[in-house]
Ligand binder design. Structure first.
Ligand code: SF4
Length: 494
């Protein structure tokens, strides 16, 4: 069967060794950014709801900064958006422009000093900054700052970027951004706020998404994903182009293109949008680089059914991100789609871990099978990825305990063999199961009856964009910029 591995052998052994008390692991979202310029509107409240829509992109901390023409006001705290802000907090955030941020730490540990928007001071006044992505040359830039006697207060690449900007040559922020941005390498979608204007930047490769929208009253909005525009009633205008710098102020929207960092300019691809935004990170109701994410995921499922068919009674999803792909698989295969796993939607980040050896494991906190649906059935289970291979065996084990007769795992992305250094917390290469096991070995490890992955060609076909405009480095290891494998998330803390 093309794209599929069968693994009846050793099920008993694997069932005994599948770790039910392993931590619930997988890909971690990165960050969400939001910006608004809308005189006369309650920009802090609109930003709050924009961040609410971007909560899936970061759950460690959140913050809003507003500008009133003369001063910046900022509120950041650890926790979910709903925990970080109260009515009095929002009432204290005056102004006609704002930026907001939801954080998952990809550089610098998860602590309040690293929460964003962060503020840097300069002779031009304060600048607030929110960043989604990862700078691969952050240590070199930090050393350069240190040589000039500048020490960051926190441990993020975002603060280094802000300090570089604050110390750059130029009579205004636009000139300083022009001087600073071409020196950055890696992924950086930015929202920046001075007391009298808003800036938004997407890196020259367009690795992370950013879009522009408009409010009925004439205000302008930028956000990581279009779902945030929908939430506040703004109309999606377009994606921000890779390498585009937007300046939004009382005169309207001014746009210009950034040059690539000089040594990359010769061979760098024109674009390298992250494929995992389509596979997992982005909300299905978002439009990313012109593609509705829900429709892309459905196509992934359809192509997966073609590449890795199964003889089964039903198709179920590991909720939520995999539901559209499972629906696509069901439609293309003619096998009915059912709900076989119910997700606890209120679990969020769990600080209290199950006790060592707890029988049900972490997955039990999040997913509960429906025995009435599953008993005696041959089940195709669609999931978006297998990262470390610690969660999937728990899912398979729970389905079997609920009575599933056969479990056929289908993954709507290719095997993830390489880590991400561009703003996604994956896992070190030695922990990525597909970098050390073949597909049949993974099939045995997870104790499935068969395992099939979407091919890279199938993924590209589903996304519907030319392959040379996408980053697929975690599948083939060809990164769109030179990465520093030794640079982990705490590199700036050592
Ligand atoms: S390496 Fe993978 S997760 Fe990272 S930007 Fe590229 S496709 Fe996205």
């Amino acid at each position: 069967m093309p794209g599929t591995s069968n693994c009846d052998a050793d099920r008993t052994t694997q069932r005994q060794t599948a770790g039910v008390d392993a931590p619930l692991t997988g890909l971690r979202e990165h960050c969400g950014v939001f910006g608004i310029y809308a005189p006369g509107e309650d920009v802090a409240r609109l930003t709050y709801f924009g961040l609410y829509a971007l909560q899936h992109r970061g759950q460690e901390s959140a913050g809003i900064a507003t500008g009133d023409g003369e001063r910046l006001h900022v509120h950041t705290r650890m926790g979910l958006v709903a925990q970080v802000f109260t009515e009095p907090d929002l009432a204290g955030l005056h102004g006609h422009a704002a930026i907001g941020h939801t954080r998952y730490s990809t550089t610098g540990s998860s602590r309040v000093e690293n929460a964003q928007p962060l503020i840097v001071e300069s002779d031009l006044g304060p600048l607030a900054l929110g960043h989604n992505g990862n700078l691969v040359n952050a240590p070199a830039l930090r050393d350069e700052l240190a040589a000039g006697g500048v020490s960051p207060a926190g441990t993020t690449d975002s603060e280094i970027l802000g300090l570089l900007c604050a110390g750059a040559e130029g009579a205004d922020w636009t000139a300083r951004l022009r001087a600073t941005l071409p020196r950055l390498k890696g992924a950086f979608c930015l929202v920046l706020l001075a007391p009298d204007g808003l800036f938004a930047v997407r890196d020259p490769l367009g690795i992370r998404p950013l879009c522009l929208g408009r409010l009925d009253g004439g205000g302008w909005v930028v956000a990581s994903e279009s779902c945030a525009l929908d939430t506040i009633g703004a109309t999606f205008i377009r994606d921000v182009e890779p390498g585009e710098l937007l300046q939004i102020d009382a005169r309207g929207v001014h746009t210009e293109r950034l040059p690539l960092a000089s040594e990359d300019a010769a061979q760098a691809p024109r674009r390298a949008a992250c494929s995992f935004e389509h596979i997992y990170f982005a909300r299905p109701d978002s439009i990313v680089d012109g593609q509705l994410v829900y429709a892309v995921r459905e196509r992934m499922g359809e192509i997966l059914a073609r590449e890795a068919p199964a003889d089964a009674d039903m198709v179920i999803a590991v909720p939520d991100a995999s539901v559209p792909a499972a629906i696509g698989y069901a439609a293309a295969s003619g096998i009915p789609f059912r709900e076989g796993l119910v997700k606890n939607r209120y679990i969020g980040r769990t600080f209290i871990q199950p006790v060592q050896g707890q029988r049900s494991g972490d997955v039990a906190l999040k997913l509960n099978p429906l025995p009435e649906v599953l008993a005696g059935k041959r089940v195709v289970v669609v999931d978006d990825s297998i990262v470390r291979g610690t969660t999937t065996p728990q899912v398979v084990a729970r389905l079997r305990r609920a009575g599933a007769r056969e479990v056929h795992m289908r993954i709507s992305s290719p095997p993830m063999r390489w880590p991400c250094y561009l703003g996604v917390d994956t896992a070190p290469i030695e922990q990525l199961i597909a970098s050390r096991m073949t597909v049949p070995e993974i099939c045995q490890h997870i104790d499935a009856d068969s395992l099939g992955y979407l091919s890279l060609d199938g993924l590209i076909e589903a996304i519907g964009l030319p392959s040379d405009t996408l980053c697929n480095a975690c599948f083939h290891g060809h990164y769109p910029v030179q990465v520093q494998p030794e640079q982990d998330k705490l590199a700036l803390e050592r």
